[in-house]
Design a protein. Structure first.
Lengths: 169, 388
């Protein structure tokens, strides 16, 4: 429990630093650290598979690409002209709306009186059980999600494809 | 209480021993790298420090520590320091899940696994740490505030991401063969000579190519290509920070050798295991297994050096072409063919010899398929060229 408080504080601080740091590279590195903290939470929930996938996909692939693009574009450390008052206002409105929605959604959640030891299964988050659940009970949604990813991938390839002297569309 | 403390002490000693072996192997890899380079180029090599130059790594370490530790004026200081730290950290983390040996009997019925942690996601752990390895280079290269460093870092990032995909797909075939993510289970499935290399020859070739690319070794060492980028991502580094970058590369070589031995060469399995157990007892046999795994890993370290001093460097577009249009389609073919290797013997009650036969039959099928594809694609390219 003590460790949970420490980890949560670390997560929140690093997530705040993503927003507050002036340098975009520092923001990305704080975001990577935030993902590690979230992976730590997964370990505490005994969901090792989610921990590994979270690190591989987010910290290992997506954030490397983020860092890559930001380094390539070489964003200025302080570019005040990119944040006009209008964008600040829009950001505040959108962020505030999300906050209100989250509060409204979680306000009436029944957290229960603690873990039910009779029904508690420590192996729920293990990869074997997760695989069985996905491929038995939720096969159709799982396949639909994979089709969605496939369509997105084909779209990305089509957007990126430009052969010399040819137009693709 | 007594039992847990014995296991805990043994674990602590084990971790220390693995750490020491990794660092020792990495230090002496630098020496043997030069000896082999000298042999391949018909030179003498290091022979000044101690007999046969055997103290050369020590001399190098002293030189590295004594040099001025310089941080460029316009760099971001903390990230500049963080870069080599991250490189060393990720290089050392992987060996935690590698099973270096079978169980050792400590007496009083206490069994001890010669493995850091036996998590049931072992191979995903390796994959995750490998994908994090690029951060050290990326952060260090950017923090140097130098164009050449940045270019080297960006090259490293795109190269690692490209080759991770083919590596992941070749690991998937191993997972299909074993049905488990745990490295221990993968090794146990290969005992008594059923090594995965026999069932996965294509997968192993893919994996070793990707391992070369992930370790930034020649022929894939474009991030530090000195003819184009001076020193690559470590142009601005000096003293022990540079030492850590170079050292991390040698640690990565040893650890990836151990991973390859675990996944494809039976881990701590060796011939005549039963005879050794019968004549000397299980502990001795398992310690020999520990030695066998280290030996296999060292052989791969030698292969890394052998290739480095034999092959020239790739050009950058060749590297990207090989990764995306060469290795990934072959890896996908390998996944499908692995399904056939598992399915056909199970369906017709064939022996494991038959599955080896199917696995080897995959190689000519692959070559013929590639040949047909390239002749069709080549013909199309010629036609469009003529039309223009």
């Amino acid at each position: 429990m003590q460790f949970w408080y420490f980890l949560t504080a670390l997560t929140l601080i690093s997530a705040l630093m993503v927003v507050l740091s002036k340098n975009p590279i520092h923001s990305v590195l704080y975001l990577v650290f935030t993902f590690f903290c979230i992976s730590g939470h997964y370990v505490l929930l005994n969901a090792q598979f989610l921990m590994a996938v979270n690190i591989i996909v987010y910290a290992g692939a997506i954030m490397v690409l983020f860092l890559f693009v930001i380094m390539m574009l070489d964003l200025r450390r302080n570019s005040p002209d990119s944040k006009t008052n209008l964008t600040k206002l829009a950001g505040a409105v959108v962020g505030g709306t999300v906050l209100v929605i989250i509060i409204a959604a979680t306000r009436k959640i029944n957290l229960g009186t603690g873990a039910d030891n009779a029904l508690y299964d420590s192996q729920t988050g293990m990869v074997e059980n997760l695989g069985k659940l996905l491929y038995r009970n939720y096969l159709l949604p799982f396949e639909l999600v994979s089709i969605l990813f496939f369509v997105a991938m084909v779209g990305a390839v089509m957007l990126g494809k430009r052969e010399a002297g040819e137009r693709n569309f | 209480m007594e039992l847990t403390s014995t296991v805990f002490t043994a674990k602590a000693i084990y971790v220390g021993v693995i750490f020491a072996i990794t660092l020792g192997v990495a230090a002496y890899s630098t020496y043997f790298e030069r000896i082999f380079a000298a042999f391949f180029q018909d030179r003498v090599g290091p022979d000044r420090a101690g007999p046969f130059g055997i103290l050369q790594p020590l001399a190098d370490a002293v030189k590295m520590f004594m040099k001025e530790d310089f941080i460029p004026a316009n760099s971001s200081k903390w990230l500049f320091i963080l870069g080599p730290c991250l490189s060393m950290f990720t290089a050392l983390m992987t060996s935690a899940v590698i099973p270096f040996g079978d169980t050792i009997d400590l007496g009083n019925g206490v069994k001890f696994d010669l493995q850091g942690i036996d998590v049931n996601i072992g191979i995903l752990w390796v994959f995750g740490i490998v994908s994090l390895g690029v951060y050290g280079i990326l952060v260090g290269g950017w923090a140097s505030n130098n164009k050449y460093s940045l270019l080297g870092a960006i090259r490293a990032a795109s190269q690692n991401i490209s080759y991770e995909l083919a590596m992941g797909l070749s690991i998937i075939s191993i997972l299909m063969m074993t049905g488990s993510l745990s490295t221990k289970a993968i090794v146990e499935a290969q005992q008594n000579g059923h090594w995965n290399i026999l069932y996965q020859p294509v997968g192993f070739i893919l994996f070793i190519i990707c391992a070369f690319a992930e370790c930034n070794r020649t022929p894939f060492d474009l991030p530090e290509c000195e003819t184009e980028l001076i020193g690559g991502y470590h142009t601005e580094y000096s003293s022990m920070k540079l030492g850590f970058y170079l050292f991390a590369e040698y640690i990565n070589m040893f650890v990836s050798g151990a991973v390859m031995a675990t996944l494809y060469f039976g881990g701590y399995d060796y011939p005549f295991y039963e005879t050794v157990v019968n004549s000397f007892g299980e502990n001795v046999a398992n310690f020999i297994g520990f030695g066998a795994l280290i030996g296999k890993a060292l052989f791969f370290v030698f292969v890394f050096m052998w290739v480095r001093w034999t092959l020239p460097r790739f050009r950058y577009d060749q590297l990207m072409n090989l990764g995306w249009t060469g290795l990934i389609p072959i890896a996908m073919f390998n996944v499908v063919w692995t399904g056939l290797i598992i399915l056909l013997p199970a369906e017709f009650n064939l022996s494991s010899l038959a599955s080896i036969g199917i696995a080897i039959a995959g190689i000519p099928v692959l070559i013929v398929g590639l040949f047909i594809y390239h002749s069709i694609a080549g013909g199309k390219k010629k036609k469009t060229a003529l039309a223009r």
